[in-house]
Design a binder for this molecule. Structure first.
Ligand code: ZN
Length: 414
């Protein structure tokens, strides 16, 4: 209860500050300070569309001359959403996000290579500041050929890399083709982030590359790196005080009981330039514990790893199908061959009813026969209980889009 009182205080100051942005001044007209967390749960939710409608400046809560950095989402499905940062925002990012990196074992002796795009993407830049705050060396290698990345890992004695889960498989494939034993690289830790992926795939990446793999979650709208896999208890810990997490029913928006999956809703309690209250993330998680007793993440709210994106999960023949789970299942079955491109195509008729789900894949090296594909379809059926057709295509089908870069789900109307 004392924890609640503390959080209510923090949230009230976030609510007051949010009113300075045109977007929240409008949305919060009828809402005063809160006396309980239940009252906060009655506040309006913020959606991606609210942020798109505010593009580019309507979510700004400070004078524009105080802004020193900006990040946006990719905007592939509409206007991008924008997150501005003041000096104070950067200081707080360093102070709070670095807690995750400290938990991963990063210290002034660490050498961390960021194999992710910099530019407008918030993940690489902001996590870099947080890691540097611990005194570690950051090598911002960004996106370049794997050959180059491996050379940097070796030459600089890198111990930690940060990349998307699919990149790790790509890296392993490269090492194998070039007869390099993964242990030669001297890597100890891999942070796999930026995509939803299964526990099985996480385990596999660790086994193949002989590293400890951690999940790390964040999003531009709230902040990057705000939920981390605790190295002590293995749960996903929400950075205490900096972020307030709720889980709601994706349609009714009612709070979900502890342990039950729903949509993750996040509030950034200290964001100065772009305040964000009760943001519907579209990610499916469950809250496990409101106040961790683990020494690694003491007092944090614990959640599960993200199970899927709610806008990607579909009901097909009465079953809930997650394209991410299908992808990971196939990726693991096909291994040691590597998938060059993969797409889960969901075909709907004029009536919006799903008629077929099929998976289109290309293999980047080696060959698989028709027998293998039918046995793969069969094991996918055993796993998911629905018939999903798998089609093998040439890599040229995907153009220059690799599995690591392309959008997983594609809707087709027949
Ligand atoms: Zn813990």
């Amino acid at each position: 209860m004392q924890d609640d009182a503390h959080m209510i205080l923090i949230l009230n100051s976030a609510i007051e500050h949010a009113r300075k942005s045109p977007m929240y001044r409008n949305n919060l007209q009828d809402f005063g300070p809160i006396a309980s967390l239940e009252e906060f749960a009655q506040f309006p939710l913020t959606t991606k569309n609210d942020l798109r409608d505010s593009y580019p400046y309507a979510n700004l809560a400070v004078d524009s001359k105080e802004v020193i950095e900006v990040h946006t989402t990719s905007g592939t499905t509409g206007k991008p959403t924008v997150s501005f940062l003041t000096k104070k925002d950067i200081e707080l990012t360093k102070k709070y996000i670095s807690k995750a990196w400290r938990n991963f074992g990063i210290n002034e002796e660490s050498k961390v290579q960021f194999i992710m795009s910099y530019g407008l993407f918030s993940g690489a830049a902001l996590n870099t500041y947080a890691i540097q705050d611990l005194g570690a060396l950051v090598i911002p290698s960004g996106i370049q050929p794997t050959e180059k990345q491996v050379e940097i890992i070796k030459d600089f004695g890198v111990d930690t890399i940060v990349a998307t889960p699919s990149y790790y498989l790509w890296l392993y494939d490269y090492l194998k083709k070039n007869d390099i034993d993964p242990s030669e690289l001297g890597l100890k830790v891999g942070i796999a982030a930026g995509e939803v992926y299964s526990d099985e795939l996480k385990q596999r990446i660790g086994d193949l590359l002989k590293i400890r793999v951690y999940d790390h979650y964040g999003l531009c709208e709230v902040n990057t790196g705000i939920i981390y896999e605790c190295s002590v208890c293995g749960n996903m810990a929400v950075i205490k005080d900096y972020i307030y997490a709720e889980v709601v029913h994706p349609e009714t928006n009612d709070p979900m009981p502890l342990g039950e999956y729903g949509e993750l809703v996040l509030t950034a309690t200290m964001k100065e330039a772009s305040p964000i209250l009760r943001y519907k993330t579209g990610d499916s998680v469950a809250i496990l514990n409101r106040s961790s007793t683990c020494e690694g993440c003491f007092g944090s709210t614990l959640v599960t790893r993200v199970k899927g994106r709610l806008d990607d999960t579909v009901f097909y023949k009465g079953l809930l199908i997650s394209p991410h789970e299908i992808r990971d299942f196939i990726v693991l079955k096909i291994h040691p061959l590597t998938i060059g491109g993969i797409k889960v195509q969901i075909s709907t008729g004029e009536d919006d009813i799903i008629h077929e789900i099929r998976v289109v894949i290309s293999i980047s090296s080696g060959k698989v026969g028709d027998d293998f594909i039918s046995s793969l379809e069969h094991s996918l059926y055993t796993q998911s209980k629905v018939h999903i057709k798998i089609e093998l295509v040439d890599q040229s089908y995907f153009g220059d889009q690799t599995a690591a870069k392309s959008k997983l789900v594609e809707y087709v109307t027949r």
